[in-house]
Ligand binder design. Structure first.
Ligand SMILES: NC(=O)c1ccc[n+]([C@@H]2O[C@H](COP(=O)([O-])OP(=O)(O)OC[C@H]3O[C@@H](n4cnc5c(N)ncnc54)[C@H](O)[C@@H]3O)[C@@H](O)[C@H]2O)c1
Length: 385
C-alpha cells in the first residue's frame, strides 16, 4: 500500500548552509488568518530552493524529523531534484511514497501514514511535507492535523488543481465508505511552496482539468484573469496566473476560513459538476471536465433567468473550448435534477446555485426544487424563464 523509503540524511555540503534564497521574481502571497497566517511562494523553477525556503521561513533545524509524503508518479520524476534541494539546505527527511490515485485517500491510506510516522518516530515538533497533487495534500494534511494532535505541515503542490485550489485554504480530508471527504478537518499549512515548472510533466488531461478551476476563478472574481487566459500561456504567464488564483482563494479563505459564507462562491459550476461526475460513474469525466460543463450550465441558467449578462455563457464556452474543455453536457435536466437531490437535503430543501451577474462577478442563490427544475430545464431547452 505504501513504501517507506530508507532515511535520507545529508551531511554538511560545502557552501550549502550559506546559500540564501535568491529568487528575485518569486511571488509571495500571504494568507492572513485570524490565528495563524502562512505564505504561498510561487515561482517557475522553485524546486531548487524548497529546502532553503523551509529552513528560512519555518526556522527548521536540520536535525528535526521530516516526513515527505508523496506518490510514485511524482517521486519517480522529482526524487533527485527534491533530494538535492533538501541537501543544499542540510534538511534531512524520510520519503513515504504511496501508490497514486484517489483510492489511497482513505482510512487505510491514513493508517499507513500513521505507521510510517510511528516507525520514523515523528514527534510533535516534527514536520510533514505533502509533495503531490490534491490526493497527497488532503491525505498528508489530515494525517499531520491528527498525528499527536497536530504537527506542522508544508504543502508542495504538483498538479495545477493543487497549485490553484487544494493547497490553499486548509481543507484536509479522507474519503470513507459513505462518501468523498467525509472525514476531515480544517488545518492550515505553515507554508505552501509552488513550482509551476513541475506542471510540465503533468498528463495533459490533468492539466486541462486544473485549467477548469483557473477559468472558474476568472469567471467568479476577475474578468482581467479571465481575459488573460484567451491566449497560450508562457511559463511566466502561467506563474502569474497561478499567483492570481492563489490570491483570490487566499483572500476568500481569510474572510471565510471555515466555509460558512463567501467560500461557497468557489463552488461555481460544482453543483452541476458533481451531478455530472456521478452520472458518468466517476469514470467518464474527471472533476475538471465535469466542472467545465457545470459552469456553462450555470451561466446559461443565469442568462435564462435574466440574472446573468447576455453573452456570458457563450464567452465562457469559447474559453473552455480554447483550453480543450468540452462544455456540452450530455445529460438531461431531469437527470441532473435527480442527481442534485443530495444537495437539496443538505441545505434544507433548497438547491444552492452559484450564478454570475457578469463574467468576473458571482453570487449565491437558493432555489426550491420546482424553481430549480424549471430554471435548468428552460436553460437546456432555450426557453426564456
Ligand atoms: N482540500 C481542498 O480544498 C481540495 C480542493 C479541490 C480538490 N481537492 C481534492 O484533490 C483531489 C484531486 O487532486 P488532483 O487533481 O491533484 O489529483 P491527484 O493528486 O490524484 O493527481 C493526479 C495525477 O497526477 C499525478 N501527478 C501529480 N503531480 C504530477 C506531476 N507534476 N507530474 C506528473 N504526474 C503528476 C498523480 O500521481 C496522479 O496520478 C481530490 O481528492 C479532491 O477531493 C481538495
Amino acid at each position: 500500500m505504501y513504501m517507506y523509503m530508507n532515511p535520507v540524511f545529508f551531511g554538511i555540503i560545502a557552501g550549502g548552509s550559506d546559500r540564501k534564497v535568491l529568487v528575485a521574481s518569486m511571488i509571495t502571497q500571504r494568507v492572513a488568518l485570524k490565528e495563524a497566517g502562512y505564505d504561498i511562494c510561487i515561482e517557475d523553477g522553485l524546486i531548487r530552493d524548497f529546502g532553503a525556503l523551509i529552513r528560512e521561513r519555518l526556522g527548521e533545524p536540520a536535525e528535526r524529523e521530516t516526513a515527505l509524503v508523496t506518490d510514485r508518479n511524482v517521486w519517480d520524476r522529482y526524487e533527485r531534484a527534491i533530494s538535492a534541494s533538501f541537501a543544499r539546505a542540510e534538511l534531512k527527511f524520510r520519503a513515504v511514497v504511496l501508490n497514486p490515485g484517489e483510492e489511497n485517500k482513505s482510512l487505510t491510506g491514513l493508517g499507513g501514514l500513521y505507521d510510517a510516522f510511528s516507525e520514523m518516530q515523528l514527534r510533535r515538533d516534527g514536520l510533514v511535507v505533502a509533495f503531490g497533487g490534491g490526493v497527497i495534500g488532503d491525505l498528508a494534511g489530515f494525517a499531520a492535523a491528527t498525528w499527536m494532535r497536530g504537527v506542522r505541515y508544508v504543502q508542495i503542490p504538483t498538479t495545477l488543481l493543487a497549485q490553484v485550489d487544494s493547497s490553499v485554504g486548509g481543507k484536509t480530508a479522507v474519503n470513507t465508505n459513505a462518501g468523498k471527504n467525509l472525514a476531515g478537518v480544517f488545518y492550515q499549512p505553515s507554508l505552501v511552496l509552488t513550482d509551476t515548472a513541475l506542471l510540465s510533466t503533468l498528463p495533459e488531461r490533468e492539466f486541462r482539468s486544473g485549467m477548469a478551476e483557473v477559468i472558474k476563478y476568472g469567471a467568479i472574481r476577475s474578468k482581467r484573469l479571465f481575459d488573460s487566459l484567451k491566449k497560450e500561456l508562457s511559463s511566466e504567464a502561467l506563474r502569474d496566473c497561478v499567483g492570481e488564483c492563489c490570491a483570490i482563494k487566499g483572500g476568500i479563505a481569510e474572510r471565510d476560513e471555515y466555509d460558512n459564507g463567501e467560500r461557497m462562491l468557489l463552488n461555481f459550476g460544482h453543483s452541476f459538476g458533481h451531478a455530472i461526475e456521478k452520472l458518468g460513474g466517476f469514470r467518464r469525466y474527471n472533476h475538471g471536465e465535469a466542472v467545465a460543463m457545470g459552469m456553462a450550465l450555470a451561466a446559461e441558467t443565469g442568462e435564462r433567468m435574466g440574472l446573468t449578462a447576455r453573452g456570458s455563457a457563450e464567452e465562457l464556452r469559447g474559453l473552455l473550448s480554447f483550453h480543450g474543455l468540452d462544455a456540452d453536457c450530455p445529460y438531461s435536466p431531469a437527470e441532473l435534477s435527480a442527481h442534485m437531490e443530495l444537495d437539496k437535503k443538505n441545505s434544507g430543501g433548497v438547491v444552492r446555485l452559484i450564478l454570475l451577474t457578469t463574467l468576473g462577478n458571482a453570487f449565491a442563490m437558493s432555489l426550491d426544487p420546482c424553481e430549480f427544475s424549471r430554471a435548468v430545464g428552460a436553460a437546456r431547452e432555450g426557453e426564456v424563464f
